[in-house]
Design a protein around this ligand. Structure first.
Ligand code: GDP
Length: 521
């Protein structure tokens, strides 16, 4: 029998240290974990150096950067897809967002919006992914709640609609006012926050352990917000105009149960999805899924290769033979795995919204569709504006064939974007990445997997914008800019700094095209 429980598939977008791991652990604690697949990184993992990280991946035989966690809450199946974030920030971090239906924006109450959060938010905005905001670390001194609301509205043009409002200032967290019911949700600390924090709901005239003026200050501010129209509106939330906000302390487990409630109540589940030809697949049509991440070379001796796919429609049954849209060939799924992780349990069934990993899927590439029944091909996962650039050359020119093949493969997998120009010639392609760690992966795989060690050398560019052949001609010879081409023909103009890119955009608006998120901040 297929599992008909509703799905909630989301990711947490945040800046390093905002508390994503702590929140993930707290969520898992509150819910019943089905597949704890390495989503909760131990501290030691993340402090590890790059080379350790590579070794760890090999030792475990599976990615630690792309974990997901699946759990049940109130008879809903919740899929938390991890966004790699620290030194391993890369295109994968962005791509994960093509696999989710909503995002939780986790903000450190003491720091407000930070660069990585803003970058990820922009991708959510572009893709129309609704965002729930959690102001974290309210147990310690932070910015004023109204100030934080103002920052969100000004910086990202999203109207905050707080569902709860803190009682007591940051650092003296007593509980929250539930703005929808008017109740006081009282929190009690537990030692180390290791257990579910007790939460009691009290009506306004039962409020206890809080000074009358502290409570009335919260009520006043909440009324001010209502007068200003900052109340939740489901349609505007789903339309990406507003963000419900709640205050929490992941470390103390405060607000964690409320977040789960919000996900179940407000966050959207999987919905009908259109293919490139405009045909639409409903969630209960025949099985289909698209690949949003490919990982290989973790174990060079076995040449293992994992393709992670999000189920879009139908029920996936392990062993079924599906069609690979881009080649039209059959694809056998007998080695499908449950959501990613360190442990490799096989998945028997998956529903729309779930994530499956296909082992040894040599043919599958990022953006590929697999389906059962009528043909469907989902639009490609977009690539993102790179911010780091290096030239690559083969250390041993005698291994140029291997070099070429390796670079081509890594380009197709989307490990880095490969750019070329007549000027630079074929032997020195430019590698472009969103995060610097992508280069380490390339170096390692070129040496071990493609047996052609490479030399990388940094280029002094910081910004990439899309242009076309005409733009390329117009920019030729200008200082601080160079135009290169991707294998798919896209022209990218690389600038040494943002200022130059903006100058061109102002002087000759037709040259720089839309299409890649702005990147950088
Ligand atoms: P990540 O980098 O976003 O995964 O952040 P972590 O979950 O590793 O948290 C970073 C640091 O902030 C750790 O020292 C946590 O203990 C701490 N932290 C996380 N949540 C809270 C919170 O709600 N309150 C306080 N005071 N500290 C927190």
């Amino acid at each position: 029998m297929s599992d008909k429980r509703p799905r909630r598939t989301f990711a947490v977008i945040s800046h390093p240290d905002a508390g994503k791991s702590t929140l993930t652990e707290a969520l898992a604690l509150h819910a019943r974990v089905i597949n704890q697949a390495g989503a909760v990184h131990g501290k030691d993992d993340r402090k590890a150096t790059v080379s350790d990280w590579m070794d760890m991946e090999k030792a475990r035989g599976i990615s630690i950067t792309s974990a997901a966690l699946q759990f049940v809450y109130r008879d809903h199946v919740v899929n938390l897809v991890d966004t790699p974030g620290h030194s391993d920030f890369s295109e994968d971090t962005y791509r994960v967002l093509s696999a989710v239906d909503s995002a939780v924006m986790l903000v450190d109450a003491g720091k407000g919006l930070e660069p990585q959060t803003l970058k990820l938010f922009r991708v959510c905005a572009l893709r129309g992914i609704p965002v729930i905001t959690v102001i974290n670390k309210w147990d310690r001194p932070g910015l004023s709640p109204l100030g934080l609301m103002d920052e969100i509205e000004q910086e990202i043009k999203l109207r905050p609609t707080p569902l709860t409002w803190p009682v007591g200032e940051a650092g003296d967290f007593r509980g929250v006012l539930d703005r929808r019911t008017g109740e006081f949700v009282k929190y009690t600390r537990t030692a180390g926050g290791a257990e579910r924090a007790p939460e009691r709901r009290l009506s306004p005239d039962e409020v206890e352990d809080v000074d009358a003026d502290v409570w009335s200050a919260a009520v006043d501010e909440s009324e001010l917000l209502s007068l200003d129209g900052a109340d939740h509106d489901q349609e505007r939330f789903l339309g990406g105009e507003t963000t419900p906000v709640m205050f929490a302390s992941a470390l103390q487990n405060f607000g964690v149960a409320q977040l789960l409630e919000l996900l179940v109540e407000l966050a959207p589940g999987p919905s009908a999805t259109a293919g490139v030809d405009g045909s639409v697949r409903q969630v209960d049509d025949a099985f289909s899924a698209f690949v949003f991440k490919v990982q290989s070379g973790m174990n060079t001796s076995h040449r293992d290769r994992l393709a992670y796919a999000r189920v879009v429609s139908g029920t996936f049954e392990r062993g079924m033979v599906v069609t690979h849209a881009s080649t039209g060939r059959p694809f056998a799924t007998k080695y499908a795995q449950a959501v990613f992780g360190r442990t490799t349990s096989s998945v028997e069934q998956a529903a729309p919204g779930d994530i499956i990993g296909f082992v040894n899927a040599q043919a599958l590439r990022v953006g590929d569709t697999v389906y059962d029944g009528d043909a469907i091909d989902y639009p490609p996962v977009p690539s993102f504006a790179p911010e780091h650039f290096m030239t690559a050359t083969a250390k041993d020119i005698g291994r140029y064939k291997q070099f070429r093949r390796g670079i081509e493969q890594l380009d197709q997998e989307g490990v880095v974007q490969v750019l070329r120009s007549d000027l630079r010639g074929d032997q020195t392609p430019v590698l472009a990445a969103v995060g610097p760690l992508q280069f380490e992966v390339v170096e390692e795989r070129m040496k071990n997997e493609f047996t052609s060690p490479i030399r990388l050398s940094r280029l002094d560019y910081q910004v990439a914008r899309r242009t076309d052949a005409e733009g390329a001609r117009a920019l030729r010879g200008q200082r601080g800019v160079e135009v290169l081409q991707r294998a798919d023909g896209t022209h990218l103009a690389l600038f040494t700094d943002k200022w130059r890119a903006n100058k061109v955009a102002r002087a000759e608006p037709a040259i720089l095209l839309e299409g890649l998120p702005a990147g950088g901040s």
